[in-house]
Unconditional design. Structure first.
Length: 300
C-alpha cells in the first residue's frame, strides 16, 4: 500500500527492471488492477518496460470512500454533493503514487475511465508524463463517444454483492460491451471473476467512480493543453464509448496519433494483446528517443 496523500492509500504492484522506462497502467470504471492481466504485463516487461499497475480509489484494496454511492437520479441529473470527488482528485492520486514510487515521470497508459484520469494528469502535470496512451476513452463531451442504447441497462444496473450473482452480472456486462464473437463465459473467465469478487466484494465504489466522470464534465478544452506525445487507441466495435470518443480525443490533443483497431470492443481480450502491446511499445520508444534528443540538445 502506498500513501498518496489526502487520506488516500493505493494498492500497487511493480514488474520488471526499475532501470527501464516506467509504464503506469491506469484501469477503468469499476475494475481492479488485476484486470491488467499477467500475460499482458509479461509482454510489456519483455519489451523493456518497468510496469506499475494499481487499484484506483474505491476499488480493489485501495481506499474506499466513506460516503454513500450516488442515486440513479443524481447520476441522471449530474447533481452531486460536496463530498463527491472528480477525475481531478483521481489524477492527484495518480501523481501521488508516482511520488510514493519515487518516479519523476512515467509513460501513462489508461483504459476507459483510466484514459480520462491519464489525460487529466497529462493536462495538469505535464512534467510527470513522458507519454500518454489513451485507450477506448473520450473527452467527456456529450457529443462524442456516447454509448449505444443496448448497453445502458447493463451499465446502470448495480452489481450484486453475492458472489454467484456478481459473476453472472459481470459476464452479462462484459459481453454487452465487448466485441461480437468474444467468448467470456468460460471456466477460466468465471474463476477470474470470482477472484475479483473475493478480492473486493464492496461494489459501491463503482457508482462513485461513475459520478466522478459525470461531475468532471466536458474536458475538451483542457486536452488542448496536453504536450506529451499521445497515442489514442480505440476499437471500431466499441459500444460503450463509441469510436467518435476516440476520434474526439485525438482531435483535442495536439499532435495525437489515432489507431482504430478492427474487431475491438470495450475490452482488451488476449487476441488483441500483441497488436496493442506493439502500438504502446513503439509509441514509448519514440517518446524516449525524443526525450533523449531533447536532453542532448539542452546539454549542447
Amino acid at each position: 500500500m502506498y500513501d498518496v496523500g489526502r487520506g488516500i492509500e493505493l494498492c500497487a504492484e511493480t514488474f520488471g527492471d526499475r532501470a527501464d522506462p516506467p509504464l503506469l497502467l491506469v484501469m477503468g470504471l469499476g475494475m481492479q488492477m488485476i484486470h491488467w492481466q499477467p500475460g499482458l504485463i509479461d509482454m510489456l516487461v519483455e519489451r523493456g518496460h518497468f510496469v506499475v499497475r494499481f487499484d484506483n480509489r474505491d476499488r480493489g484494496r485501495s481506499t474506499h470512500m466513506p460516503v454513500p454511492p450516488p442515486s440513479r437520479l443524481r447520476l441522471v441529473t449530474r447533481r452531486f454533493g460536496a463530498d463527491q470527488y472528480t477525475l481531478d482528485d483521481m489524477a492527484l492520486d495518480t501523481v501521488g503514487l508516482l511520488d510514493a514510487l519515487e518516479l519523476d515521470a512515467a509513460h501513462l497508459v489508461g483504459v476507459s475511465m483510466g484514459g480520462m484520469i491519464a489525460q487529466t494528469v497529462a493536462a495538469t502535470r505535464p512534467a510527470r508524463v513522458r507519454s500518454l496512451t489513451s485507450i477506448m476513452s473520450t473527452t467527456g463531451s456529450r457529443r462524442a463517444g456516447q454509448p449505444k442504447p443496448h448497453v445502458l441497462p447493463a451499465l446502470l444496473k448495480p452489481a450484486p454483492r453475492e458472489r454467484a450473482a456478481y459473476v453472472e452480472h459481470m459476464l452479462a456486462l462484459l459481453t454487452a460491451i465487448g466485441a461480437p464473437g468474444d467468448v467470456l463465459d468460460t471456466p477460466e473467465g468465471r474463476a477470474y471473476l470470482e477472484h475479483t469478487h473475493d478480492r473486493d466484494p464492496d461494489v459501491r465504489g463503482t457508482g462513485r467512480q461513475l459520478a466522478a466522470i459525470l461531475a468532471s464534465g466536458d474536458r475538451t478544452k483542457r486536452l488542448h493543453d496536453i504536450t506529451a506525445p499521445t497515442l489514442v487507441i480505440h476499437g471500431d466495435q466499441d459500444p460503450l464509448i463509441t469510436p467518435s470518443g476516440g476520434r474526439a480525443t485525438a482531435e483535442a490533443i495536439p499532435g495525437a496519433k489515432l489507431t482504430i483497431v478492427e474487431g475491438m470492443g470495450h475490452g482488451l481480450p488476449e487476441r488483441l494483446w500483441p497488436q496493442v502491446v506493439d502500438a504502446i511499445s513503439a509509441h514509448v520508444a519514440d517518446a524516449e528517443r525524443a526525450r533523449a534528443g531533447a536532453g542532448a540538445s539542452g546539454r549542447g
